[in-house]
Design a protein around this ligand. Structure first.
Ligand code: AHR
Length: 502
């Protein structure tokens, strides 16, 4: 059997995990909102029309923040259409997804629902077709107690207390030519700076995210971030990163190395942020908001230009396999490894649209394969991330060059003493025995080893077989001379919990 080894030492701290690393994203796109979280006629719907069965799985997933309402959608959105009596709200053509937006869910309903499922909203403003005026009015509507036009309107619409939304995105992917209101870096930088300044005048306590590149293959990647941050550095708190991964052809080895690509992407953006910091002699650090990430089979999508206009159509409802779940698990390892700079991340999206949760109109709800590594990492990956450096076999990929077979990170909960190790075995055929050196925490013993793997790596969960793929508890761990050894099955995501022996 192949062997890998790593050492756990509580002295090698990277940073405390910001719980917002486990955020997700609700866009008015396809069936994420309509027949996803919201379906008034559904048997489980609450008095506001939100599905109880979907809400239950969202609570289980427990995302602390939910980015809303887009995505590309926000760049053509008129937020005022989604407030006030529902019967008066207009049906509008959404140009991003060529869909009819009925506006039956708007900011008031969304914020109320998000809090009911235990999340905080992360609100995006439209810097595509709109600008400063619409953005400051929205902050006034949501965050001021009353006594002004927009805050009084919120009260009249039935929400007496301010929503108090703390986290705001200054637009979405404005570097992309597909974006409604696409801009050059200089155009976006000016607009983002002035909008940030004005929004902070309404509520100085808010945190702001400037748009970084839509993805790292954009021709302007790097220079876009540098231009935007040069103009906005002292006005924003985070710069955004977006990245979607998919298997190309039959090159599974490269796809499994997606986490290595994410590592490099994050490190490039950190370098740009710190370059601008140095040039401008700024004191503070700008941190990273990886506010869209996931596996997304874009090659299966017809493209937004080719869509027929429809009301909440089925868009990009990717069905995820075991391999996809292992990749999602490894992307979470990459995010955790950079917990000193990545403070916010959002799995895109929450329901139906490239999502861990699927629902059928008038029908059931189920967990995709990707739900499991995400939910378990979110639940147990809290505390201080420790630097671990696995030593072991490597393999060659056409995309990322030589990558380690085993990728891992560890999180130390200093209150309970529990150390949780997250590890993937990217070898598609062979298990790997992982030796975990715990000499600096000698009282640790195995708590549990849970793994996601399957003899069919293409297996998925479906409406008919909702639990075809679930995590398995393994009992293969041995302990000897300050080392705990666990066997990571071929092509697997693993969570190994070590607790102080009683
Ligand atoms: O999540 C789907 C889309 O991907 C979002 O609307 C956009 O921001 C990104 O390109």
């Amino acid at each position: 059997m192949q062997h890998a080894a790593l050492t756990i030492d509580p002295a090698f701290r990277i940073a405390e995990v910001d719980p917002r690393l486990y955020g997700s994203f609700v866009e008015h796109m396809g069936r994420c909102v309509y027949t996803g979280i919201y379906e008034p006629g559904h048997a489980t719907a609450d008095g506001d029309g939100f599905r109880g069965d979907v809400a239950e799985l969202v609570r289980e997933l427990n995302p602390p923040i939910l980015r809303y309402p887009g995505g590309n959608f926000v760049s053509g959105y008129t937020w005022e259409d989604g407030i006030g009596p529902r019967e008066n709200r207009p049906a509008r053509l959404d140009l991003a997804w060529r869909s009819v937006e009925t506006n039956q869910v708007g900011v008031d309903e969304f914020v109320k629902w998000a809090r009911q499922v235990g999340s905080e909203p992360m609100m995006a403003v439209n810097l595509g077709t709109r600008g400063i005026d619409a953005a400051v009015n929205l902050v006034e509507y949501t965050n001021l107690p009353g006594g002004t036009y927009w805050s009084d309107l919120r009260r009249a619409n039935g929400t007496s207390e301010p929503h108090g939304i703390k986290l705001w995105c200054l637009g979405n992917e404005l570097d992309g030519p597909w974006q409604i209101g696409h801009k050059t870096a200089a155009e976006y930088a000016r607009l983002a700076a002035e909008t940030a300044r004005a929004m902070r005048r309404v509520d100085p306590s808010i945190e702001l995210v400037a748009c970084g590149s839509s993805h790292q293959r954009m021709p302007t990647f790097g220079t876009w971030e540098a231009t935007v941050l040069s103009e906005t550095y002292d006005l924003v708190d985070y710069v955004s990163l977006h990245s979607y991964y998919e298997q190309r052809g039959d090159d599974r080895g490269s796809f499994l190395a997606s986490g290595t690509n994410m590592d490099r992407f994050i490190e490039s953006v950190i370098a740009t942020c710190d370059h601008v910091r140095g040039v401008g002699q700024h004191k503070k650090r700008v941190n990273l908001a990886f506010d869209e990430w996931n596996v997304w089979y874009q090659k299966r999508f017809v493209g937004s230009d080719n869509l027929d206009v429809a009301t909440h159509p089925r868009l990009i409802e990717d069905e995820y396999s075991v391999v996809d779940a292992v990749v999602v698990g490894s992307l979470l390892i990459s995010l955790l490894r950079h917990a000193d700079r990545v403070k916010i991340a959002c799995l895109a999206q929450l329901v139906n649209v490239i999502a861990p949760i699927r629902s059928e109109p008038d029908g059931p709800v189920w967990r995709q394969t990707t739900f499991h590594p995400y939910a378990l990492t979110s639940r147990h990956g809290r505390g201080v991330v420790l630097r671990v450096e696995p030593i072991g076999p490597t393999y060659e990929t056409s995309w990322m060059g030589e990558v380690p077979v085993v990728d891992a990170t560890a999180v130390h909960d200093e209150e309970t003493g529990v150390v949780t190790l997250f590890a993937v075995n990217r070898d598609q055929h062979e298990p790997v025995a992982l030796d975990i050196d715990i000499r600096s925490l000698p009282s640790l013993a195995l708590g549990a080893h849970v793994a996601l793997f399957d003899e069919d790596p293409d297996a998925t969960n479906t409406v008919d077989q909702p639990d075809r793929v679930t995590p398995t508890r393994l009992a293969d761990v041995k302990r000897a001379d300050g080392t705990i050894t666990a066997v990571l099955p071929a092509l697997s995501w693993n969570m190994i919990q070590l607790r102080t022996a009683p």
